[in-house]
Design a protein around this ligand. Sequence first.
Ligand SMILES: Cc1ncc(COP(=O)(O)O)c(C=O)c1O
Length: 472
Amino acid sequence: MACNLNTVFLPHRISACGREPVSSKTQGFCLPSSPADGGASLAWSALSHDSVLATSGSLHLSTTITRKSPTQTLIVTEERKSTTAGKFGRYGGKFVPETLMLCLSQLEAELKVVLHDEEFQAELATALKDYVGRETPLYLAQRITNHYKNSMGEGPEIYLKREDLNHCGAHKMNNAIAQAMLAKRIGRKSIVAATGAGQHGVATAAACAKLALECTIYMGRMDMERQSSNVTFMNLLGAEVRSVDGSFKDATSEAIRHWVNNLDSSYHLAGAPVGPHPCPAMVREFQSVIGKETRKQAMEKWGGKPDVLVACVGSGSNALGLFHEFVRDEDVRLIGVEAAGVGLESGKHSATLATGEVGVYQGAMSYLLQDEEGQIIGPHSVAVGLEYPGVSPELSFLKDIGRAEFYTVTDQEAIDAYRRVSQLEGIIPAMEASHAIAFLEKLCPTLPDGARVVVSCSGRGDKDAEMVLEHI
Ligand SMILES: Cc1ncc(COP(=O)(O)O)c(C=O)c1O
């Protein structure tokens, strides 16, 4: 199927009472069609009822979540044979031009096959073990634990889920290798991706090298300067890195344009659980290994579950990767930490769930950072990987039903945490992960003695060292 449309997914602000986007600036591109799965009005009505349906679990599970009280939810899961429409309550969907529908449907169909294909799963398991280096340790951070003990010597136990030890230094590799394998299986020769902090770009470039696929990575000009070591790695791995005026959101639009112009041969390798269905469910699925391992390791280490899970939220892939396995365990708290930048009141932040409003962006409905006109507000964070104006539809849904909690941490608090962990544990966490770790300052004094907290150490922080040294 040839396609030469210069098309991009455009932002839409959703009015408080409306069912339709109220503004849709064209910015020189063609407009997306209405939700192709026809599920928007169903989704809109969903939250006004006590019961909502979400496409949670694997693609073959549906999860009915019934609100018992504002703080309590009852979650029932049932097997479903048919495909889902990619909805998480009102969020998600496929707000795309008709020209992309066939591609997305093919991808959804192939994804359903590979999730149950023994040969693919065995190959993926081998790649995760021998290439990525899984499983990653669940590490008891004893000195951080001691740091948070009160005067009585009481406090929670802090564990780090060491995604920084993955090949290429972040959780991004879990998804990149799986999708690159999927792309190869459906006959694509070249991969296009966008990256912010560069971790997804490096992971994608490495996976492409391993699988002999061509690789083009789009990255914002400023981000290339801020994360220059990752640009060097991408080049060394054989990828072509193309700079884009703007930041990650602009790089994403450019990568999608590239893909739309080459639908026959190329594959857009999404690193974030955002965009049109099936991308959010697919990325979540390929990252869910983090939570599955955590459950097993917790059982081995203390014979139970964690009490609290904490992860930073940029677009949501490491958070969902950790949380997903535990969504139905009501006794496990799920905490997402967003970037408050230089302060929420300054407007210079990336706290989409804390301050955003619902809208449609890059093909799906979620919370968004947007102004009164429905135009996207540029996000800010000291952690480049957290700078995204949208967020996962699934996390948007978990926020609305009260299943996950979301808080924010400023640039300075994250920098302090980066240094604290480096000096207390000899582990240099990515600035993104430092946001999750920084939240321990507020969380730990509120927890009972012996509570077990697992924090996602989503990546390693060498890429951020220079910037942190400049701040000192
Ligand atoms: C190490 C690391 N952690 C976290 C993130 C944030 O992304 P997400 O919210 O999708 O996990 C990024 C993004 O680049 C990253 O590089």
